[in-house]
Design a binder for this molecule. Structure first.
Ligand SMILES: [Zn+2]
Length: 257
């Protein structure tokens, strides 16, 4: 099921300097397999894993038909995939994360995004790969399996709202809220949303970076919604989004309130 191919090592990576792996960051490439492979092995960025799309033309013409995962950087080394980023109280996620790039031809045309669906085979392989990673790094917690937009919401939109985080959770990977807790918070917040200073604190408690201004506050809401409420990711503060955030904190940070 999980075939890992190490044919194409990246050139750009360095030492973790003793940092343990704490997070997994999921990305989309926004480019076909062939050019993604070139970029990630030869151009100053890299990732530990590249997961192709089995139906994408450049993967077929590279001679592959079965879906395999390409390991470009050893997990003991640091790859250059997250850039300026923050999670769980610390900046620069690269030094303690594993990066997975998924081939997906998402487009950003002047801020207007097109997010194609992921192939079901990609998701099956992603689940197998994440299980494999988590078994080898048991210190990675449920809330530490994140998207690039979670750790860099002020500049990134990947892996986008089509990544089925709830499906991953049902397969035992990553975090999801408890539906009853969400309903209870929704009832409470119908009487009035928490103050923004409280919402700010709740986001940081879960792991997100502080929002430096109003625009960042909305970008972070959008990133959170793409992950946990993909039906509407306009970045508006609403009852359901607040309820999900509080339900997550109650479940995972033992500091919900
Ligand atoms: Zn990315």
């Amino acid at each position: 099921m999980l075939v890992i191919d190490s044919t194409y090592p990246a050139k750009d990576f360095n030492q973790r300097n003793g940092e343990a792996v704490r997070q997994v960051v999921v990305h989309y490439t926004a480019a076909p397999f062939a050019s993604s492979l070139r970029t990630l092995t030869q151009q100053g960025v890299s990732a530990h894993y590249l997961l192709p799309d089995p139906h994408e033309a450049s993967y077929r013409s590279a001679g592959y038909d079965e879906l395999r995962v390409f390991q470009l950087v050893d997990e003991r080394q640091r790859a250059w995939h997250a850039g300026a980023s923050h999670w769980a109280g610390r900046d620069n996620v690269n030094s303690r994360s594993i990066g997975i790039e998924i081939v997906n031809l998402a487009r950003d045309e002047g801020g207007v995004f097109t997010f194609p669906a992921y192939d079901p085979q990609q998701i099956a392989v992603l689940i197998a790969l994440l299980r494999d990673i988590c078994a080898r790094h048991p210190q990675i917690g449920a809330t530490d399996i994140v998207g690039h937009s979670d750790v860099a919401f002020w500049r990134k939109s990947d892996p986008g709202p089509r990544l089925p985080w709830h499906g991953l959770f049902e397969a035992g990977i990553g975090a999801w809220f408890d539906a009853q807790a969400k309903s209870a918070y929704e009832r409470r917040f119908r009487m009035g949303l928490p103050q923004e200073v409280e919402v700010e604190r709740a986001f940081q408690r879960y792991g997100y970076a502080p929002a430096k201004n109003r625009q960042a506050f909305q970008q972070r809401l959008r990133a959170f919604q793409m992950h946990f409420r993909p039906a509407d990711y306009r970045g508006q503060l609403d009852i359901e989004t607040c309820a999900i955030l509080y339900a997550l904190n109650e479940k995972y940070t033992s500091a919900g309130e």
